[in-house]
Design a protein. Structure first.
Length: 433
Protein backbone atom coordinates (compact mmCIF):
# COMPACT_ATOMS: atom_id res chain seq x y z
CA UNK A 1 0.00 0.00 0.00
CA UNK A 2 2.79 2.40 0.96
CA UNK A 3 4.36 1.92 -2.45
CA UNK A 4 1.39 3.64 -4.16
CA UNK A 5 2.14 7.15 -5.48
CA UNK A 6 0.59 9.88 -3.32
CA UNK A 7 -1.21 11.43 -6.27
CA UNK A 8 -2.83 8.31 -7.74
CA UNK A 9 -5.47 10.15 -9.79
CA UNK A 10 -8.33 8.19 -11.30
CA UNK A 11 -8.15 7.90 -15.04
CA UNK A 12 -11.30 5.91 -15.86
CA UNK A 13 -14.44 7.84 -16.87
CA UNK A 14 -16.64 8.25 -13.81
CA UNK A 15 -19.90 9.61 -15.19
CA UNK A 16 -22.72 7.12 -15.60
CA UNK A 17 -24.10 7.07 -19.15
CA UNK A 18 -27.53 8.09 -17.90
CA UNK A 19 -26.20 11.57 -17.09
CA UNK A 20 -25.08 12.30 -20.63
CA UNK A 21 -26.57 15.50 -22.00
CA UNK A 22 -28.47 16.48 -18.86
CA UNK A 23 -25.70 18.24 -16.92
CA UNK A 24 -26.83 21.79 -17.80
CA UNK A 25 -29.70 23.23 -15.76
CA UNK A 26 -31.41 26.52 -16.50
CA UNK A 27 -32.29 27.16 -12.85
CA UNK A 28 -28.78 26.75 -11.51
CA UNK A 29 -27.48 29.16 -14.15
CA UNK A 30 -30.25 31.78 -14.01
CA UNK A 31 -30.72 31.77 -10.23
CA UNK A 32 -27.02 32.60 -9.89
CA UNK A 33 -27.22 35.35 -12.53
CA UNK A 34 -30.33 36.83 -10.93
CA UNK A 35 -28.65 36.86 -7.51
CA UNK A 36 -25.60 38.59 -8.97
CA UNK A 37 -27.22 41.18 -11.22
CA UNK A 38 -30.91 41.69 -10.70
CA UNK A 39 -32.53 44.37 -8.59
CA UNK A 40 -35.99 42.99 -9.26
CA UNK A 41 -36.35 39.24 -9.62
CA UNK A 42 -39.37 37.99 -11.55
CA UNK A 43 -37.42 34.93 -12.68
CA UNK A 44 -37.61 31.75 -10.63
CA UNK A 45 -41.11 30.89 -9.42
CA UNK A 46 -41.50 31.63 -5.76
CA UNK A 47 -43.57 34.14 -3.78
CA UNK A 48 -41.67 36.99 -2.08
CA UNK A 49 -44.65 37.54 0.26
CA UNK A 50 -44.94 35.56 3.50
CA UNK A 51 -46.50 32.12 3.73
CA UNK A 52 -49.90 32.36 5.48
CA UNK A 53 -49.94 32.84 9.27
CA UNK A 54 -51.85 29.61 9.85
CA UNK A 55 -49.04 27.64 8.19
CA UNK A 56 -46.32 29.43 10.15
CA UNK A 57 -48.28 28.91 13.39
CA UNK A 58 -48.69 25.22 12.60
CA UNK A 59 -44.94 24.85 12.17
CA UNK A 60 -44.28 26.65 15.45
CA UNK A 61 -46.75 24.33 17.20
CA UNK A 62 -45.13 21.28 15.61
CA UNK A 63 -41.68 22.42 16.72
CA UNK A 64 -42.59 23.65 20.16
CA UNK A 65 -45.38 22.47 22.38
CA UNK A 66 -46.54 19.36 20.55
CA UNK A 67 -44.93 15.98 20.62
CA UNK A 68 -41.14 15.80 20.76
CA UNK A 69 -41.55 12.74 18.55
CA UNK A 70 -42.21 15.12 15.63
CA UNK A 71 -38.43 15.50 15.52
CA UNK A 72 -38.09 11.79 14.75
CA UNK A 73 -38.84 9.57 11.76
CA UNK A 74 -42.44 9.10 10.78
CA UNK A 75 -44.07 6.68 8.33
CA UNK A 76 -41.91 6.36 5.19
CA UNK A 77 -44.72 6.98 2.68
CA UNK A 78 -46.23 9.94 4.47
CA UNK A 79 -46.89 11.18 7.98
CA UNK A 80 -50.32 9.69 8.89
CA UNK A 81 -52.07 13.03 9.63
CA UNK A 82 -50.91 14.40 6.27
CA UNK A 83 -51.92 11.42 4.11
CA UNK A 84 -55.25 11.35 5.98
CA UNK A 85 -55.93 15.05 5.27
CA UNK A 86 -54.85 14.68 1.64
CA UNK A 87 -57.10 11.64 1.18
CA UNK A 88 -60.06 13.58 2.63
CA UNK A 89 -59.43 16.52 0.32
CA UNK A 90 -58.91 14.44 -2.82
CA UNK A 91 -62.02 12.37 -2.07
CA UNK A 92 -63.92 15.64 -2.53
CA UNK A 93 -61.94 16.70 -5.58
CA UNK A 94 -62.00 13.38 -7.42
CA UNK A 95 -65.37 12.14 -6.22
CA UNK A 96 -64.16 8.72 -5.05
CA UNK A 97 -63.20 7.01 -1.83
CA UNK A 98 -59.49 7.00 -1.07
CA UNK A 99 -57.36 4.99 1.32
CA UNK A 100 -54.79 7.36 2.85
CA UNK A 101 -52.24 4.55 3.21
CA UNK A 102 -52.35 3.21 -0.34
CA UNK A 103 -53.76 6.01 -2.52
CA UNK A 104 -51.52 8.84 -1.28
CA UNK A 105 -47.75 9.12 -0.95
CA UNK A 106 -45.84 12.13 0.39
CA UNK A 107 -42.68 13.20 -1.45
CA UNK A 108 -39.90 15.79 -1.19
CA UNK A 109 -41.75 18.35 -3.27
CA UNK A 110 -43.48 17.61 -6.54
CA UNK A 111 -39.99 17.23 -7.98
CA UNK A 112 -39.41 13.94 -6.16
CA UNK A 113 -42.93 12.81 -7.02
CA UNK A 114 -42.03 13.23 -10.70
CA UNK A 115 -38.72 11.45 -10.21
CA UNK A 116 -40.46 8.49 -8.53
CA UNK A 117 -42.92 8.26 -11.43
CA UNK A 118 -40.29 8.16 -14.15
CA UNK A 119 -38.11 5.71 -12.24
CA UNK A 120 -41.06 3.50 -11.41
CA UNK A 121 -42.73 3.35 -14.82
CA UNK A 122 -40.22 4.06 -17.59
CA UNK A 123 -37.98 1.35 -19.01
CA UNK A 124 -35.19 1.52 -21.60
CA UNK A 125 -36.84 2.19 -24.95
CA UNK A 126 -40.17 3.42 -23.58
CA UNK A 127 -41.50 6.63 -25.06
CA UNK A 128 -42.98 9.39 -22.93
CA UNK A 129 -45.02 12.16 -24.53
CA UNK A 130 -44.25 15.65 -23.23
CA UNK A 131 -46.35 18.68 -24.19
CA UNK A 132 -44.25 21.77 -25.03
CA UNK A 133 -43.58 24.16 -23.41
CA UNK A 134 -42.85 22.01 -20.35
CA UNK A 135 -41.27 22.22 -16.90
CA UNK A 136 -37.73 21.36 -17.96
CA UNK A 137 -36.97 18.48 -15.57
CA UNK A 138 -39.47 16.16 -17.31
CA UNK A 139 -37.08 15.67 -20.21
CA UNK A 140 -34.00 14.98 -18.04
CA UNK A 141 -35.92 12.65 -15.77
CA UNK A 142 -37.29 10.61 -18.68
CA UNK A 143 -33.78 10.33 -20.11
CA UNK A 144 -32.29 9.36 -16.74
CA UNK A 145 -34.79 6.52 -16.60
CA UNK A 146 -33.65 5.34 -20.06
CA UNK A 147 -36.79 6.51 -21.85
CA UNK A 148 -37.23 8.60 -24.98
CA UNK A 149 -39.14 11.90 -24.71
CA UNK A 150 -41.56 12.56 -27.59
CA UNK A 151 -42.46 16.23 -27.82
CA UNK A 152 -45.70 17.73 -29.03
CA UNK A 153 -46.13 21.52 -28.99
CA UNK A 154 -48.99 23.73 -27.97
CA UNK A 155 -49.39 25.87 -31.07
CA UNK A 156 -50.14 29.58 -30.60
CA UNK A 157 -52.85 31.19 -32.72
CA UNK A 158 -52.91 34.98 -32.66
CA UNK A 159 -56.41 36.28 -31.87
CA UNK A 160 -58.01 38.09 -34.81
CA UNK A 161 -59.87 40.78 -32.88
CA UNK A 162 -56.74 42.60 -31.71
CA UNK A 163 -57.18 41.56 -28.07
CA UNK A 164 -54.22 40.33 -26.06
CA UNK A 165 -53.33 36.72 -26.62
CA UNK A 166 -54.51 34.33 -23.89
CA UNK A 167 -52.86 31.12 -22.77
CA UNK A 168 -56.05 29.47 -24.11
CA UNK A 169 -54.89 30.50 -27.62
CA UNK A 170 -52.07 27.94 -27.31
CA UNK A 171 -53.59 24.62 -28.32
CA UNK A 172 -52.68 21.08 -29.22
CA UNK A 173 -53.29 19.95 -32.77
CA UNK A 174 -55.40 16.81 -32.18
CA UNK A 175 -53.92 14.92 -35.17
CA UNK A 176 -50.38 15.84 -34.23
CA UNK A 177 -51.00 14.68 -30.66
CA UNK A 178 -52.54 11.41 -31.85
CA UNK A 179 -49.55 10.80 -34.12
CA UNK A 180 -47.21 10.71 -31.11
CA UNK A 181 -48.97 7.72 -29.56
CA UNK A 182 -47.70 4.26 -30.52
CA UNK A 183 -47.18 0.85 -28.96
CA UNK A 184 -43.91 2.18 -27.51
CA UNK A 185 -45.69 4.97 -25.59
CA UNK A 186 -45.67 4.29 -21.86
CA UNK A 187 -46.88 7.60 -20.50
CA UNK A 188 -47.88 11.17 -21.23
CA UNK A 189 -46.95 14.02 -18.92
CA UNK A 190 -49.70 16.57 -18.47
CA UNK A 191 -49.15 19.86 -16.65
CA UNK A 192 -52.33 21.83 -16.10
CA UNK A 193 -52.27 24.65 -15.13
CA UNK A 194 -49.13 24.80 -17.24
CA UNK A 195 -45.79 26.31 -16.31
CA UNK A 196 -44.66 28.51 -18.12
CA UNK A 197 -47.75 29.57 -20.16
CA UNK A 198 -50.38 29.53 -17.44
CA UNK A 199 -52.66 27.49 -19.71
CA UNK A 200 -55.50 25.71 -17.96
CA UNK A 201 -56.47 22.79 -20.17
CA UNK A 202 -60.20 22.78 -20.94
CA UNK A 203 -62.35 19.75 -20.23
CA UNK A 204 -62.51 19.12 -23.99
CA UNK A 205 -58.72 19.14 -24.32
CA UNK A 206 -58.40 16.79 -21.35
CA UNK A 207 -61.03 14.47 -22.83
CA UNK A 208 -58.99 14.26 -26.02
CA UNK A 209 -55.86 13.32 -24.05
CA UNK A 210 -57.85 10.85 -21.93
CA UNK A 211 -59.33 9.17 -25.02
CA UNK A 212 -55.85 8.64 -26.49
CA UNK A 213 -54.52 7.33 -23.15
CA UNK A 214 -57.32 4.77 -22.94
CA UNK A 215 -57.07 3.80 -26.62
CA UNK A 216 -53.32 3.16 -26.38
CA UNK A 217 -53.31 1.94 -22.77
CA UNK A 218 -50.96 4.71 -21.66
CA UNK A 219 -50.26 6.15 -18.21
CA UNK A 220 -50.91 9.81 -17.42
CA UNK A 221 -48.54 11.64 -15.07
CA UNK A 222 -50.53 14.70 -14.18
CA UNK A 223 -48.51 17.52 -12.64
CA UNK A 224 -51.12 19.74 -11.00
CA UNK A 225 -48.93 21.76 -8.65
CA UNK A 226 -50.77 24.97 -9.61
CA UNK A 227 -54.22 23.41 -9.10
CA UNK A 228 -55.50 26.25 -6.89
CA UNK A 229 -54.06 29.10 -8.98
CA UNK A 230 -56.79 29.53 -11.58
CA UNK A 231 -58.27 32.92 -12.56
CA UNK A 232 -61.29 34.67 -14.05
CA UNK A 233 -63.71 32.11 -12.61
CA UNK A 234 -62.17 29.25 -14.61
CA UNK A 235 -62.23 25.73 -13.20
CA UNK A 236 -59.37 23.34 -12.94
CA UNK A 237 -60.44 19.91 -14.18
CA UNK A 238 -58.53 16.93 -12.79
CA UNK A 239 -57.88 14.40 -15.53
CA UNK A 240 -58.01 11.56 -12.96
CA UNK A 241 -61.72 12.35 -12.57
CA UNK A 242 -62.50 11.66 -16.27
CA UNK A 243 -63.91 8.26 -17.31
CA UNK A 244 -61.24 5.56 -17.57
CA UNK A 245 -58.50 7.76 -16.15
CA UNK A 246 -58.30 7.01 -12.42
CA UNK A 247 -56.73 3.63 -13.02
CA UNK A 248 -53.93 5.05 -15.20
CA UNK A 249 -53.24 8.46 -13.64
CA UNK A 250 -50.86 9.67 -10.94
CA UNK A 251 -51.85 13.16 -9.76
CA UNK A 252 -48.98 15.23 -8.41
CA UNK A 253 -49.23 18.22 -6.08
CA UNK A 254 -47.06 20.54 -4.00
CA UNK A 255 -47.51 22.28 -0.65
CA UNK A 256 -44.90 24.74 -1.92
CA UNK A 257 -47.37 26.14 -4.47
CA UNK A 258 -50.54 25.44 -2.51
CA UNK A 259 -49.42 27.29 0.63
CA UNK A 260 -46.84 29.72 -0.84
CA UNK A 261 -43.92 27.95 0.86
CA UNK A 262 -41.73 26.59 -1.92
CA UNK A 263 -38.77 26.04 0.42
CA UNK A 264 -40.63 23.45 2.45
CA UNK A 265 -40.43 20.90 -0.35
CA UNK A 266 -43.45 18.88 0.65
CA UNK A 267 -45.27 17.26 -2.27
CA UNK A 268 -47.54 14.29 -2.92
CA UNK A 269 -48.89 11.76 -5.34
CA UNK A 270 -52.48 10.53 -5.46
CA UNK A 271 -53.53 7.48 -7.47
CA UNK A 272 -54.55 3.83 -7.48
CA UNK A 273 -52.57 1.44 -5.30
CA UNK A 274 -51.51 -0.59 -8.35
CA UNK A 275 -49.51 2.46 -9.53
CA UNK A 276 -48.51 3.93 -6.18
CA UNK A 277 -47.04 0.64 -4.96
CA UNK A 278 -44.23 1.12 -7.49
CA UNK A 279 -43.69 4.73 -6.43
CA UNK A 280 -43.31 3.44 -2.88
CA UNK A 281 -40.59 1.07 -4.07
CA UNK A 282 -38.59 3.95 -5.57
CA UNK A 283 -39.22 6.17 -2.54
CA UNK A 284 -38.19 3.56 0.04
CA UNK A 285 -34.98 2.89 -1.87
CA UNK A 286 -33.96 6.49 -2.38
CA UNK A 287 -35.33 9.26 -0.19
CA UNK A 288 -37.30 7.00 2.18
CA UNK A 289 -38.79 9.82 4.18
CA UNK A 290 -39.58 13.56 4.25
CA UNK A 291 -39.09 15.94 7.20
CA UNK A 292 -41.71 15.09 9.86
CA UNK A 293 -42.30 18.59 11.25
CA UNK A 294 -42.96 20.02 7.80
CA UNK A 295 -45.43 17.22 7.08
CA UNK A 296 -47.18 17.80 10.40
CA UNK A 297 -47.55 21.54 9.73
CA UNK A 298 -48.83 20.95 6.18
CA UNK A 299 -51.30 18.39 7.59
CA UNK A 300 -52.65 21.05 9.95
CA UNK A 301 -52.91 23.56 7.11
CA UNK A 302 -54.98 21.06 5.11
CA UNK A 303 -57.17 20.33 8.13
CA UNK A 304 -57.90 24.07 8.28
CA UNK A 305 -58.69 24.15 4.57
CA UNK A 306 -61.00 21.15 4.87
CA UNK A 307 -62.95 23.01 7.54
CA UNK A 308 -63.15 26.17 5.43
CA UNK A 309 -63.64 24.40 2.11
CA UNK A 310 -65.45 26.64 -0.40
CA UNK A 311 -65.73 29.49 2.13
CA UNK A 312 -64.35 32.98 1.42
CA UNK A 313 -61.74 32.63 4.25
CA UNK A 314 -60.24 29.54 2.59
CA UNK A 315 -56.67 30.10 1.38
CA UNK A 316 -57.66 28.22 -1.79
CA UNK A 317 -60.13 31.04 -2.46
CA UNK A 318 -58.02 33.94 -1.21
CA UNK A 319 -54.69 33.12 -2.86
CA UNK A 320 -55.97 33.07 -6.46
CA UNK A 321 -57.93 36.26 -5.83
CA UNK A 322 -54.77 38.05 -4.66
CA UNK A 323 -52.68 36.58 -7.45
CA UNK A 324 -55.18 37.60 -10.12
CA UNK A 325 -54.72 41.22 -9.04
CA UNK A 326 -50.95 40.82 -9.23
CA UNK A 327 -51.29 39.25 -12.66
CA UNK A 328 -53.33 42.22 -13.85
CA UNK A 329 -50.80 44.70 -12.44
CA UNK A 330 -47.96 43.06 -14.32
CA UNK A 331 -50.04 42.84 -17.49
CA UNK A 332 -50.76 46.58 -17.29
CA UNK A 333 -47.05 47.38 -16.89
CA UNK A 334 -46.06 45.18 -19.81
CA UNK A 335 -48.79 46.46 -22.10
CA UNK A 336 -47.87 50.07 -21.28
CA UNK A 337 -44.32 49.59 -22.54
CA UNK A 338 -45.16 47.34 -25.49
CA UNK A 339 -44.08 43.93 -24.23
CA UNK A 340 -47.09 41.89 -25.22
CA UNK A 341 -48.14 39.52 -22.45
CA UNK A 342 -50.00 36.27 -23.05
CA UNK A 343 -52.74 36.49 -20.42
CA UNK A 344 -52.46 33.36 -18.26
CA UNK A 345 -55.59 31.52 -17.10
CA UNK A 346 -53.66 30.03 -14.19
CA UNK A 347 -50.30 29.60 -12.35
CA UNK A 348 -48.25 32.54 -11.17
CA UNK A 349 -46.39 32.93 -14.45
CA UNK A 350 -46.95 34.72 -17.68
CA UNK A 351 -44.94 34.90 -20.87
CA UNK A 352 -44.49 38.14 -22.79
CA UNK A 353 -43.52 38.84 -26.39
CA UNK A 354 -40.29 40.88 -26.47
CA UNK A 355 -40.26 41.64 -30.21
CA UNK A 356 -40.51 45.43 -29.69
CA UNK A 357 -37.41 45.37 -27.49
CA UNK A 358 -35.25 43.28 -29.76
CA UNK A 359 -33.41 46.27 -31.24
CA UNK A 360 -31.63 46.64 -27.88
CA UNK A 361 -30.06 43.20 -28.13
CA UNK A 362 -29.04 42.58 -31.74
CA UNK A 363 -29.51 39.08 -33.14
CA UNK A 364 -26.23 37.34 -33.91
CA UNK A 365 -26.63 34.46 -36.35
CA UNK A 366 -25.23 30.99 -35.61
CA UNK A 367 -24.70 31.37 -31.88
CA UNK A 368 -25.24 28.28 -29.75
CA UNK A 369 -27.35 30.21 -27.30
CA UNK A 370 -30.98 30.92 -28.27
CA UNK A 371 -31.87 34.61 -28.68
CA UNK A 372 -34.19 34.77 -25.67
CA UNK A 373 -31.39 33.47 -23.38
CA UNK A 374 -29.17 36.31 -24.55
CA UNK A 375 -31.96 38.83 -24.25
CA UNK A 376 -32.79 37.74 -20.69
CA UNK A 377 -29.15 37.79 -19.58
CA UNK A 378 -28.72 41.24 -21.14
CA UNK A 379 -31.84 42.47 -19.36
CA UNK A 380 -30.61 41.16 -16.00
CA UNK A 381 -27.17 42.74 -16.40
CA UNK A 382 -28.21 46.04 -17.96
CA UNK A 383 -31.68 46.68 -16.54
CA UNK A 384 -31.55 44.73 -13.29
CA UNK A 385 -34.75 42.83 -14.13
CA UNK A 386 -34.69 39.02 -13.99
CA UNK A 387 -36.93 36.73 -16.07
CA UNK A 388 -36.57 33.28 -17.67
CA UNK A 389 -36.31 32.65 -21.44
CA UNK A 390 -39.29 30.71 -22.81
CA UNK A 391 -37.14 28.48 -25.01
CA UNK A 392 -35.76 26.90 -21.80
CA UNK A 393 -39.11 25.10 -21.72
CA UNK A 394 -38.63 23.51 -25.15
CA UNK A 395 -36.67 20.54 -26.45
CA UNK A 396 -33.39 21.18 -28.26
CA UNK A 397 -35.02 20.55 -31.65
CA UNK A 398 -37.81 23.10 -31.12
CA UNK A 399 -36.04 25.78 -29.03
CA UNK A 400 -35.32 28.02 -31.97
CA UNK A 401 -39.01 28.33 -32.89
CA UNK A 402 -39.83 30.12 -29.64
CA UNK A 403 -37.21 32.77 -28.92
CA UNK A 404 -39.48 35.83 -28.83
CA UNK A 405 -40.90 35.33 -25.35
CA UNK A 406 -39.69 35.55 -21.77
CA UNK A 407 -41.41 34.29 -18.62
CA UNK A 408 -42.17 36.44 -15.60
CA UNK A 409 -43.35 35.29 -12.16
CA UNK A 410 -45.96 37.59 -10.61
CA UNK A 411 -46.24 35.94 -7.15
CA UNK A 412 -44.59 39.06 -5.76
CA UNK A 413 -45.30 41.88 -3.33
CA UNK A 414 -46.92 44.93 -4.90
CA UNK A 415 -43.68 46.85 -4.20
CA UNK A 416 -41.70 44.32 -6.28
CA UNK A 417 -44.16 44.59 -9.17
CA UNK A 418 -44.02 48.39 -8.93
CA UNK A 419 -40.23 48.29 -9.02
CA UNK A 420 -40.44 46.12 -12.15
CA UNK A 421 -42.86 48.65 -13.64
CA UNK A 422 -40.40 51.50 -12.92
CA UNK A 423 -37.60 49.63 -14.69
CA UNK A 424 -39.79 48.94 -17.72
CA UNK A 425 -41.03 52.54 -17.91
CA UNK A 426 -37.51 53.95 -17.71
CA UNK A 427 -36.32 51.51 -20.35
CA UNK A 428 -39.15 52.48 -22.68
CA UNK A 429 -38.36 56.17 -22.20
CA UNK A 430 -34.68 55.60 -23.00
CA UNK A 431 -35.69 53.78 -26.17
CA UNK A 432 -37.95 56.54 -27.42
CA UNK A 433 -35.88 59.56 -26.42
N1 LIG B 1 -43.94 20.92 -11.45
C1 LIG B 1 -44.03 22.16 -11.93
C2 LIG B 1 -44.83 22.41 -13.15
C3 LIG B 1 -43.35 23.19 -11.30
O1 LIG B 1 -43.44 24.44 -11.80
C4 LIG B 1 -42.60 22.94 -10.13
C5 LIG B 1 -41.85 24.01 -9.39
N2 LIG B 1 -41.42 25.09 -10.12
C6 LIG B 1 -42.54 21.61 -9.66
C7 LIG B 1 -43.23 20.63 -10.34
C8 LIG B 1 -41.73 21.25 -8.45
O2 LIG B 1 -42.43 21.51 -7.29
P1 LIG B 1 -41.77 21.39 -5.84
O3 LIG B 1 -41.13 22.71 -5.54
O4 LIG B 1 -42.91 21.06 -4.94
O5 LIG B 1 -40.77 20.29 -5.90
Amino acid sequence: FLSLPLQAKMSRPVQARRLEGIDKNIWVEFVKLAATYSKVNLGQGFPDFPAPDFLQEALKRALGGGSHMLHQYTRAFGHPPLVTALAQLFEKLLGRELDPMTNVMVTVGAYQALFCCFQAFVDEGDEVIIIEPFFDCYESMVKMAGGTPMFVPLRPKAPKDGRLMSSADWQLDPDELASKFSERTKAIVLNSPNNPLGKVFSRGELELIAELCVKHDVLCLSDEVYEWLVYDGREHTRIASLPGMWDRTVTIGSAGKTFSATGWKVGWTVGPDRLLQHLRTVHQNSVYHCATVAQEAVAQAFQRELMLYGKPESYFVQLPRTLQQKRDLLIQSLVAVGMKPVVPEGTYFLVADISEFKSDVPEVPNLDEPYDYRFTKWMMKNKGLAAIPLSAFYSEAHKNNYTNFIRFCFAKEEATLKAANDILQKWKKEKTS
